[in-house]
Write a new protein. Structure first.
Length: 105
């Protein structure tokens, strides 16, 4: 069974075993964008994370106008686990802009 935890630092992203697809998926980039809320899921040897920011009563993707897209990190099979758990943290979650299914943006 997967466990979900929340962190106020991007250092936990080091545990997500994935080669960043670009500069906007690195922990160093997210650290520059200000306060973060990292939703982190783990199950056995798999890890996943959503890097978010709190904005009023909602959560949104931690990004700025330099970031062309934003996406969950790590094991795709754990993304639904994270999404379901976010209901405990906010009444609204905005994950935008997500890449197309082809990964082209």
């Amino acid at each position: 069974m997967a466990t979900v935890s929340y962190h106020d630092t991007v250092n936990v992203l080091q545990a997500v075993a994935q080669e960043p697809a670009g500069p906007f998926e690195r922990a160093e980039w997210f650290a520059l964008l200000g306060p973060a809320l990292v939703a982190f899921a783990s199950e056995q040897d798999r890890r996943a994370a959503l890097v978010l920011r709190q904005a009023g009563g909602r959560l949104e993707a931690l990004r700025n106008w330099y970031s062309f897209t934003w996406r969950p990190l790590g094991a795709p099979d754990l993304w639904p686990v994270l999404a379901r758990d976010l209901r405990r943290r906010a009444h609204r979650v905005t994950l935008w802009p997500l890449p197309s299914s082809s990964g082209t943006g």
